[in-house]
Write a protein that binds this ligand. Structure first.
Ligand SMILES: [Zn+2]
Length: 79
């Protein structure tokens, strides 16, 4: 595959301009897990604690995604 094909492929796969990895992860959680996550923030749990709990449940997220969303510097409209 040549460079032009690779770039064409990358263009097709690019995320919408308001794509937020945290919101994407959140939207894919079960309603129970969404509530648990909301509660965790409300209780003031740290991102590290939340992240390790998410990972132990097999849910992928990252400190960067969580930090960006919670600091309001991500691109989604729901921060
Ligand atoms: Zn966000």
């Amino acid at each position: 595959m040549g460079l032009a094909d690779k770039l064409e492929e990358a263009n097709k796969n690019k995320k919408p301009s308001n794509w937020c990895p945290y919101q994407y992860m959140y939207d894919n959680l079960t309603p129970e897990n969404q509530k648990a996550l909301d509660d965790a923030w409300a209780k003031g749990l740290s991102a590290n604690v939340v992240l390790s709990a998410l990972r132990s449940e097999g849910i992928k997220s990252s400190n960067e995604a969580i930090r960006a969303h919670r600091n309001g510097v991500c691109k989604c409209p729901k921060k």
